[in-house]
Design a protein around this ligand. Structure first.
Ligand SMILES: [Zn+2]
Length: 74
């Protein structure tokens, strides 16, 4: 009887640990680009809301999602 509960505890512990590190590793969903200047700012580095201005020309930067992150593969 004691053995069964021990197995259950081990199983639950291993199930929780498998989810770690996958999502929290990088919260960046993409980056803002100015294609004219080749300037790039990651979304996690942008303060406040909305697209930032290009540090070189001042134009509004364009958001581009990073590939392979929660995107449809079909
Ligand atoms: Zn620019």
């Amino acid at each position: 009887m004691g053995l069964l509960s021990t197995i259950t505890e081990v199983f639950e512990a291993s199930t929780q640990s498998t989810n770690r590190g996958d999502i929290t590793q990088n919260e960046s969903e993409g980056a803002y680009w100015c294609h004219d200047c080749q300037e790039r700012i990651r979304d996690v580095d942008v303060e406040g809301e909305g697209p930032p201005g290009c540090p070189s020309c001042g134009d509004e930067m364009e958001f581009e999602r990073s590939k392979g992150t929660a995107s449809c593969a079909c």
